[in-house]
Design a protein around this ligand. Structure first.
Ligand code: GLP
Length: 236
């Protein structure tokens, strides 16, 4: 595990987007695993900026998002497809036919589709305040061999993601085994509200109650943090 602590959210975000740009430069038809959430907004803004300045192109890239809310349409403003389209897809040359989401129709075969596409070259993840990665919430269903599946969102995630009034209680997510099969994994976290989750990722007991810790065993795993998210680590 490599840990990179940058001075600010802005610098950390640029560092993360540079990893993606480097990946695409090295392999223009890269298969990327992508995430949603506030953490990703500044990273996608940086990527769009780079695209508009001809520093990168997505025309050959294939993407697999790691999660999606269940029982809502992709055109619903709360859907992760809507988010991705708003912040990245519609602002770059990514072909929508090359984008994938774990939804009802393909959740059972999502792992197979990823494998047939050649596997994820680079997977960019955030982390929830309670330590969830994608929607692998702490609990038995997030065991080491978990695959893409439908899950019940935790009360905390429903609260943090303000889902109460939106009738959203379930989601589809890739599993821990799906994540660990990626060739390179990056987790990005900003802000002091993530410092506990980051501490548990780095130092906590490995197991389904602390699913992010499984990533410590991956041979190409990088953690990109700002100073606030890193404040409980003593490695600075
Ligand atoms: C969301 C997503 C995750 C994301 C995490 C952190 O609900 N399911 O993929 O990494 O929670 O989100 P944020 O960046 O908004 O804190």
């Amino acid at each position: 595990m490599n840990i990179h602590i940058l001075k600010s959210k802005k610098e950390a975000s640029l560092y993360a987007s540079a990893k993606i740009i480097h990946q695409i430069h090295h392999k223009p038809n890269s298969v990327l695993g992508l995430s949603t959430g506030n953490t990703m907004i500044s990273i996608y803004n940086d990527l769009v900026h780079a695209y508009k300045n001809h520093m990168t192109a997505f025309v050959k890239v294939k993407t697999f998002n790691v999660d999606e809310y269940a029982d809502i349409s992709r055109y619903n403003k709360n859907s992760f497809f809507y988010f991705m389209n708003k912040y990245l897809f519609s602002k770059t040359d990514i072909k929508l036919k090359n984008t994938n989401f774990p939804i009802e129709t393909n959740s059972k075969s999502y792992d197979k589709i990823i494998k047939e596409t050649g596997g994820l070259d680079l997977l960019i993840l955030g982390i929830g305040r309670n330590g969830h990665i994608a929607f692998n919430e702490p609990g038995k269903s997030s065991n080491l061999s978990s695959k893409t599946r439908k899950i019940i969102l935790s009360d905390e995630t429903i609260k943090v993601n303000k889902l109460h009034r939106k009738n959203i209680t379930h989601a589809y997510t890739v599993g821990i085994s799906t994540i660990l099969k990626a060739k390179k994994i990056v987790i990005v976290a900003f802000g002091k509200e993530k410092s506990n989750a980051v501490y548990n990722l780095v130092n906590g007991k490995m197991g389904y109650n602390n699913p992010s810790a499984f990533l410590r065993d991956h041979n190409n795993f990088m953690l990109i943090l700002d100073q606030d998210a890193a404040r409980l680590l003593s490695i600075r």
